[in-house]
Design a protein around this ligand. Structure first.
Ligand SMILES: Cc1cc2nc3c(=O)[nH]c(=O)nc-3n(C[C@H](O)[C@H](O)[C@H](O)COP(=O)(O)O)c2cc1C
Length: 194
């Protein structure tokens, strides 16, 4: 019996084995981001234990293998976006560069740039998760600029809704509406006489 679904970390896998008594555990989406998920130290909710393996390391090992085995750039890029998902939500300029990268060497250059950025981030005390792909809908990672943009959009939508409910915008709209002829009524006196 194999259990499947919702296994995101090594701890999830071991807990699933213990609680269900199944013979094996399978994971799918989480492995796209962290192929080392079944190695105890590779992935943990306790970020202190995760120091052995960074997403950039996984990505560069993968790129070496992809190059050695002549993998197609399109497939390789899709995997790179999974591996580096969290960091690229923060460093969106590098996300664009990865999107434009032609071939494995250019992808490797972006990965190295990201490695340097993340090292600076860590040294500067920037708090940012290593992973986030699996939870991207339930717990979306948003960089500060994107948060600000979303907030502005929500405020604009609220202002529009307020105008419709009876704010100053609605008064102007009512005035315009009162000048229009009623449905079925003649549009002008001349038309009425005709
Ligand atoms: C890239 C990918 C390919 C999948 N292919 C299949 C498939 O061919 N047949 C199938 O029954 N499920 C497929 N699934 C679903 C998974 O086997 C799994 O049931 C589902 O993703 C839930 O598990 P997870 O929470 O570990 O992702 C696929 C999932 C992914 C992400």
């Amino acid at each position: 019996m194999i259990a499947n679904g919702g296994v995101r970390t090594y701890e999830d896998a071991t807990r699933c084995l213990e609680v269900t008594g199944c013979d094996a555990v399978m994971s799918s989406e989480a492995l796209l981001e962290n192929p080392g998920l079944f190695a105890p130290s590779s992935c943990s909710r306790d970020s202190g234990r995760r120091s052995l393996l960074l997403q950039e390391d996984l990505a560069s090992e993968y790129l070496e293998l992809a190059k050695a085995h002549g993998c197609q750039s399109k497939c390789v890029k899709a995997h790179m976006f999974h591996f580096l998902y969290a960091a690229l939500q923060l460093h969106t300029d590098l996300r664009s560069q990865l999107g434009q990268a032609k071939g494995i060497d250019e992808m490797a250059a972006v990965n190295e740039a990201l490695r340097r950025r993340r090292a600076e981030d860590r040294a500067g005390g920037v708090q940012w998760p290593e992973t986030g792909w699996y939870m991207r809908y339930r717990e979306p990672l948003r960089c500060p600029e994107e948060k600000e943009r979303k907030k502005r959009k929500a405020q604009e939508a609220e202002a529009d809704a307020e105008a419709v409910r009876g704010g100053p915008g609605a008064e102007a709209a009512d005035e315009q509406a009162s000048k229009r002829p009623a449905v079925g009524a003649p549009a002008t006196a001349a038309e009425g006489a005709a």
